[in-house]
Design a protein around this ligand. Sequence first.
Ligand code: SF4
Length: 483
Amino acid sequence: MGEKLLYKPGGGGDFNIWMGFPGNHSFALSSPGYLWLCKMIDEMDGVNLERFCTDRQPKNAPNLVGFSFTFDNDFLTIFEMLQKNKLALKADERATLVFAGGPVVTTNPMPYVDFFDFFIIGDGEDVIEKIVEICRQGVNDKENTLKTLSELEGVFVPKYPKPVKKLTSRLEHCVYTPILSDEAFFANTFIVELSRGCANRCAFCIASYINLPLRCAPFDELMKTVEFGLKHTDKIALLGAQVSAHPRFMDILRYIDKRGAKMSISSLRVDAIEPEVVQILARAGQKSVTLAIEAGTDRLRKRINKNLTDEQILQAVQICRDNGLSGIKFYAMLGLPGETQEDIEGFLTLAKKMRNVSFGFSTFVPKPHTPFQSCNRAEVKELEDKINYLKKEFHKLGIKTSFSSPKWDYWQSVLSRGDSDLGEFLVEVYKNGGKLGAFNAAAKKYNIGSPNLTDNLPWDFIQMPPGKEFLKSEFKRLLQEAD
Ligand code: SF4
């Protein structure tokens, strides 16, 4: 069916905006946040929007270019997309304004200040129309446009630095995928956002910490939105870091269940697993579930504020099995602050009590704006030893595992806590192909490594709740409580 737009574009004009997604068309079409901003722009009169990604090029010369920036490594794809479309990488070598928004730059835009003229810090839907309007008024006057943009709340213009307050949308209207397509990664699926953020505040988690407070879409709006989606498809996906925190979560599930739609949920907390939830999801076509347990023992889980016990995990697995969800995958991290061999053994102790499950591991990457923001990262070698040990032991148990690469995770940690001096390094990495070897060679050339963090952090100018003093006291509390 190609693409089906669920909205009416505004009258075309001659102000051309490209909205870039650093991935392929299929993933772009399953990204509600990106598509929602595209819809808001496309609905404006006098604007001509083109979506572009790695396998889809725009046609009309742009007046404004925006990028979604979700993963630290996205800079490589963004550079490639800029070059492919004959736009200089560096902001001061371009006439066209280029901006970025998304979790990476909301958390810490500093490594990327050479490349973008401005950044949206936080929820873009509250400011995108104003941005477009200012850029349209100021076409051909880059300097004044940037000055005006720098006065907007939630917009960071590196040329005019100032403290920036993160934008926090009230989520009074539902955000959903406003385009349906059989080419989408989740084909013809109407994805609707139930809630934004998570109140649990696990100490490593930016999904929680950069999205406080937790907001839930109003129930009536949600139901109207689901009905709207069901006019166009029978597949509904519910999105949110903690969907079960919605005060009407069960009512929402029951409603969609009654409508006979296929339904899936992005992730569920272990303590939200109840027989009725599982039965509804199984009936609605969901085959498997990923349970994020993060650490191997109750002690370490408490230390990271996950507060989940082995007993709760085993009970959740039983409920899933008894009620029709057979595929269970655990997600956890290695190298969390305070991890000991006992915590590594804890994974195996848990695994021995279960059958037909799999484990996916990544390694801990300290992120800005979390209580762990100033923590050191374990050495690559130490993490590789832990991985090899777990691979061997899980193999003996006949349990499938997958592991992220500690070397790549290391670079992620360098980027996510980096400062403005990373610019030339990033260009060098990109020019040399963006593989691990390119990172290592560029690091030698520019003397880049783990950041030496002082009390003044590069991202301190971004103001968001709960604030730096709280993060420090929360870190102390977690250390004391768990020991
Ligand atoms: S429960 Fe999940 S989403 Fe919520 S803070 Fe913890 S890790 Fe993040």
